[in-house]
Design a protein around this ligand. Structure first.
Ligand SMILES: Cc1cc2nc3c(=O)[nH]c(=O)nc-3n(C[C@H](O)[C@H](O)[C@H](O)COP(=O)(O)OP(=O)(O)OC[C@H]3O[C@@H](n4cnc5c(N)ncnc54)[C@H](O)[C@@H]3O)c2cc1C
Length: 368
């Protein structure tokens, strides 16, 4: 069936957009709030124009030593200073509303993911609401295929536009070519190759059949409370109301990434997928161990493993395992990146000693 557009909307990012700006000795934002600076930072609004007009910009971006920075919510700065960085500031977006109820978005990489969730859910568009309160930029979201409460950015992605740092040209990958998987994508698997410029997403003006999704522990309860408080059926929830419920659930267990202490990078370890015989061995010792069959083995929650190793709430100096959510490591101020990582190593070692399972760190460690 052919569809036609019944409306378009464009929301510009910053009012004034110089194509680029160079900043010396720049602070690099990071939600762990570890010391982090770049000797020189290239702030970009228009990569196409900047790379065409100025060969030194293309050279800067093509240099493997230049680090692409986003919001800093999935990185650990192991060293306090790196020499070269680039960041995309452009944060405009546009939407085409089709007569079929489909909304096609094109979003610049510098927009905050949470800001996009609020803007689209606030317009009554369904699709991104489960990703409310995830920090970071739209440009970084396809990197690790961000996801929460059963939705991944891959589920809504139509295309990803990139600047190829090796080929020095703009390319657009259709969703299938992005090779998305759990917390990964082709962009993550080829580190340093792609600068994500823009993401195309598809949302809907009508709710999905299972609306509202409540399959995650704690979420059904929170939706039930919302329904009781408002006197409305859960099925009548707007996407913005659902995003608010998600926000409440998340804030009850995660540090606030917008500011203050402690700093965190969200979930610090991947949930390990172990061989069935390992899961059987663990279940024999801990019959209540939560576990989920997944392709390739059995997924065991890393938070449960950390709690089982007796580390929930454990603090050493300025670094701690959260007492609310064992998968979150907290920085309470004053630690160096190296100290933080030493503590993470200690947690992994203890978990391995106790359970035989080695945890893998989720955020990228920045070393120079
Ligand atoms: C409190 C908290 C809760 C979180 N909850 C979740 C969650 O529920 N689900 C989830 O999936 N994640 C979660 N995260 C992790 C994090 O929010 C995501 O990984 C997010 O996508 C990182 O975005 P960022 O802009 O901060 O990227 P950064 O941390 O700055 O960078 C991450 C990686 O992406 C690269 N990158 C950044 N921008 C670009 C670009 N434009 N082009 C190419 N590469 C780029 C960087 O070089 C780096 O390799 C959470 C983090 C915190 C602190």
């Amino acid at each position: 069936m052919k569809s036609s557009s019944v409306g378009t909307e464009s929301v510009a990012g910053a009012a004034e957009r110089p194509t680029l700006e160079w900043v010396d000795d720049a602070t690099l934002p990071n939600t762990l709030r570890l010391p982090a600076r770049a000797g020189r930072l290239l702030v970009l609004n228009d990569v196409a124009e900047a790379t065409m007009a100025m060969p030194e910009v293309a050279g800067w971006l093509a240099d493997p030593d230049t680090r692409v920075a986003g919001g800093g919510s999935n990185v650990v700065f192991a060293t306090p200073r790196i020499s070269k960085a680039a960041i995309i500031k452009a944060s405009g977006w546009s939407a085409v509303h089709r007569d079929t109820g489909v909304i096609e978005l094109s979003v610049e990489a510098g927009m905050g993911l949470d800001a996009l969730v609020r803007a689209t859910a606030g317009r009554g568009w369904f699709g991104l609401e489960a990703l409310a309160e995830i920090p970071g930029t739209v440009g970084a979201a396809p990197m690790q295929n961000v996801g929460a409460y059963g939705t991944e950015i891959a589920d809504r992605t139509r295309w990803v536009e990139v600047w190829d740092r090796r080929g020095r040209r703009i390319e657009r990958f259709a969703r299938d070519a992005c090779d998305f998987s759990y917390r990964s994508s082709r962009f993550k698997r080829e580190p340093g190759r792609w600068l994500i410029l823009r993401v195309g997403l598809r949302l809907s003006a009508t709710p999905p059949a299972d609306w509202p999704p409540v399959t995650y522990p704690g979420l059904g309860e929170a939706v039930g409370e919302w329904s009781e408080r408002t006197g409305r059926a859960p099925s009548a929830m707007s996407p913005a109301e659902y995003a608010e419920v998600i926000t409440t659930v998340r804030l009850a267990k995660l540090p606030d990434w917008r500011g203050g202490w402690p700093g965190s990078a969200g979930s610090f370890f991947h949930n390990p997928v172990v061989a069935p015989e390992v899961a059987t061995r663990l279940s024999r010792r801990w019959p209540d161990m939560p576990h989920f069959d997944v392709p390739g083995g059995v997924k065991v929650p890393a938070g449960w493993l950390i709690e089982t190793a007796g580390l929930k709430g454990r603090r050493e100096g300025a670094v701690a395992v959260s007492s609310r959510h064992a998968l979150v490591l907290e920085h309470h101020g004053g630690a160096s990146g190296a100290e933080f990582l030493r503590f993470a190593e200690l947690v992994s070692d203890r978990v391995e000693d106790e359970t035989g399972v080695r945890l893998v760190v989720e955020p990228e460690c920045v070393n120079e």
